[in-house]
Design a protein around this ligand. Structure first.
Ligand SMILES: Cc1cc2nc3c(=O)[nH]c(=O)nc-3n(C[C@H](O)[C@H](O)[C@H](O)COP(=O)(O)O)c2cc1C
Length: 370
């Protein structure tokens, strides 16, 4: 009997979102495109995501498992040598896995790449050789990771491959002697970008299997909240109040900047210094503004929030549930090994996954291998 009760309780609390199968995929006008061979650029991207909430695309060589550093860097050296010899010939560039980016979705592109023999790493050069023309007029920012070599030739490569990009003044150079300071170097650099004012900090809110994005305002409360979320995502139990809000204790106090506010659906505020309120209706009170949920109807918001108690997780990264920005795994195997339904990124349940597509199952992302 006890077990049945426990089961019922788990079902009650875990299905708080009526539309637990809806995944509202947040979007950003900023895209980070990166390549990383040994993980240094990956670390830069992970940190950037906390600051920008940007969408991310990883460039991957078509052939897996290559050792660029073997035999005294023979392969890496040969790849860069071929590009240097014939930079206008598509055949000089090593193949990469196909990427499908709708560039019309983005105004700003951050290119994050390692340096190889003073130049831009070959796989990133391949990507830009084929796509740099589509970045004309976009704001481009470049961050380069090397062991010690200066990055001026990588900057030249970027200008050659994105001839009509609107480049930010300074590329950021992370190397072995400043790598420990990477978070603060990156944070300061991002503030200098010519599009920094358009990169409002995103807050990702996960309820059940649905993740929605919100844009934060800048005040003492959000600064403290961002600092806390950089450490780790925060989960709290929320409940309905007054038929207009979902409210719950954050588990800590934040500094307040209260002002009399009449809220609307989608507003997120701090109440009493320690409770997060998400409004699906309206109320007038003295609150500290946290932000607003992006592009969502009241009806959709209500169905994502669901009726009754639920667990809400706040995060600076939309992918916190898997802890990965890149997705690996075979969706077919995932489907076979689990009886849970699988969804596409628009929240539609699917029965036959397609090659190269990303799916969600049990709150995890899966990529079906080609
Ligand atoms: C093929 C290859 C060539 C490299 N050439 C240089 C170089 O000329 N100068 C340098 O400072 N670092 C060089 N490096 C080191 C990388 O630039 C550096 O470790 C970088 O942080 C790697 O980023 P990642 O870990 O994201 O791949 C090279 C690395 C590889 C694999």
């Amino acid at each position: 009997m006890k077990q049945i009760l426990l089961f019922l309780l788990i079902v009650l609390f875990s299905s708080c979102s009526k539309e637990s199968d809806v995944l509202a995929e947040p979007t950003s006008r900023t895209l980070i495109v990166y390549y990383s061979y040994t993980g240094n650029v990956q670390a830069i991207v992970d940190e950037s995501l906390k600051l920008t909430g940007a969408d991310v695309v990883e460039i991957q060589p078509a052939e897996e498992g290559l050792k660029y550093e073997a035999d005294n860097y023979a392969l890496g050296s040969a790849l860069i040598g071929a590009i240097r010899a014939n930079p206008d010939d598509a055949g000089s560039y090593p193949e990469i896995k196909p990427v499908d980016i709708d560039f019309s979705q983005y105004d700003n592109i951050i290119v994050a790449t390692p340096l190889w023999w003073s130049n831009m790493a070959a796989p990133m050069q391949t990507f830009l050789f084929h796509n740099g023309g589509k970045m004309a007029g976009k704001n481009i920012a470049l961050v380069v990771s090397s062991a010690s070599s200066g990055i001026s030739s990588v900057v030249d490569d970027a200008h050659r491959l994105i001839p009509d990009g609107n480049f930010s003044d300074e590329a950021l150079w992370i190397n072995n002697s400043n790598r420990n300071n990477m978070p603060s170097l990156l944070g300061n650099w991002i503030k200098t970008l010519n599009f920094s004012d358009t990169m409002a900090q995103k807050l990702f809110i996960t309820i059940g299997n649905a993740t929605i994005a919100a844009t934060m305002v800048d005040n003492v409360a959000t600064q403290a909240l961002i600092a806390a979320l950089k450490e780790s995502p925060i989960s709290y139990e929320a409940s309905d109040y007054g038929d207009f809000e979902k409210v719950g204790p954050l588990g800590r106090s934040l500094p307040t900047a209260n002002e009399q506010t009449t809220t609307q659906a989608g507003d997120i505020v701090l109440y009493n210094g320690n409770q997060i309120v998400i409004f699906y209706g309206s109320n007038s009170w003295s609150y500290t503004r946290i932000g607003k949920i992006d592009d969502i109807s009241q009806e959709k918001l209500k169905s994502v929030l669901g009726d009754g108690n639920c667990t809400i997780t706040l995060s600076l990264s939309k992918d916190f549930s898997t802890g990965v920005q890149k997705v690996h795994g075979d969706a077919n195997n995932a489907m076979k090994s689990s009886r849970s339904p699988m969804y596409d990124l628009q929240g539609h349940e699917i029965t036959a996954p397609t090659n190269g597509q990303v799916y969600i199952q049990d709150g995890r992302k899966w990529l079906i291998q080609e």
